[in-house]
Design a binder for this molecule. Structure first.
Ligand SMILES: C[S@@+](CC[C@H](N)C(=O)[O-])C[C@H]1O[C@@H](n2cnc3c(N)ncnc32)[C@H](O)[C@@H]1O
Length: 185
C-alpha cells in the first residue's frame, strides 16, 4: 500500500497505480482530488474512489464526517471497489491513518508548505505521525523545495528524531529553489 502525501491531482501517484499498487492520496484541496478523479474518467481508467474506512477508523483524532471527504462524497462519486482512496485532510495536523498502514510513502513538492505558520509544531506532527503510519520496514521519499538552509536543517533535525535517512540534492550549489529528496527508513 502506497501513500502519496499532498497528492494534488495525482500526477505522481499515477505511475504507481499503473504498476498495480494500491495508493492512497491525501490533500487539503478538494478541487485537486476531484480533478484527479475526472482525469481518470476521461482516460477511461477503471479506477474508482473508495471510502476505505478501515484506514482511519481506528484513529482518534479524525472526525470522519467533517475532516475527511465525508460531506463531499457525492461530488466524488465514491464507490467500493478500486485501486485507490482519496482523503481530504489538512496535513498541518499530521497524518490521519492507523499505524503501519503503508509500505511506501511518497510526497512531491508538499513539505515546504509546512513552513507557513507554526512550522515546528507542524513538522513535529507530520514526522511523528509519519513514523506511525509507515510500516517499520517501509520507506519514505519526500521531494521538497526548501526556501533556505535553515529550513533544510530544521527539517532534518525533526525528521531524524523519528527516522534514519539520507538527503539527496539536485543542485547542491544553490540555496533557493533547490530540489531536495529526503529518503527515510
Ligand atoms: C505543488 S502541489 C504538488 C502536487 C503533487 N504532489 C504533484 O506532484 O503534482 C502541493 C500540494 O500540496 C497540497 N497542500 C498544501 N498544503 C496542504 C495541507 N496543509 N494539507 C494537505 N495538503 C496540502 C496542495 O493542495 C497541493 O495539491
Amino acid at each position: 500500500m502506497v501513500l502519496d502525501v499532498g497528492c494534488g491531482d495525482g500526477m505522481s501517484m499515477m505511475p504507481l497505480l499503473n504498476l498495480g499498487h494500491h495508493c492512497v492520496g491525501v490533500d487539503i484541496k478538494l478541487q485537486s482530488l476531484v480533478g484527479f478523479k475526472n482525469d481518470l474518467d476521461d482516460k477511461e481508467c477503471l479506477l474508482n474512489i473508495q471510502n476505505n474506512v478501515s484506514l482511519w477508523s481506528q484513529t482518534t483524532s479524525v472526525n470522519a464526517n467533517t475532516k475527511l471527504i465525508g460531506n463531499e462524497k457525492d461530488k466524488l462519486n465514491m464507490c467500493n471497489s478500486s485501486m485507490f482512496d482519496l482523503v481530504r485532510w489538512d496535513l498541518r495536523y499530521g497524518l490521519p491513518f492507523k499505524e503501519n498502514s503503508f509500505d511506501l510513502v511518497i510526497s512531491v513538492s508538499f513539505l515546504q508548505w509546512l513552513f507557513y505558520g507554526p512550522w515546528q509544531k507542524q513538522l513535529e506532527s507530520f514526522f511523528g505521525s509519519l513514523r506511525k503510519v509507515v510500516a517499520l520496514e517501509g520507506k519514505t521519499v519526500i521531494q521538497f523545495y526548501p526556501a533556505s538552509v535553515n529550513q533544510v536543517e530544521n527539517t532534518i533535525d525533526i525528521a531524524m528524531k523519528y527516522f534514519k535517512g539520507v538527503l539527496v540534492g539536485d543542485y547542491p550549489h544553490i540555496d533557493r529553489g533547490r530540489k531536495l529528496f529526503l529518503i527515510l527508513f
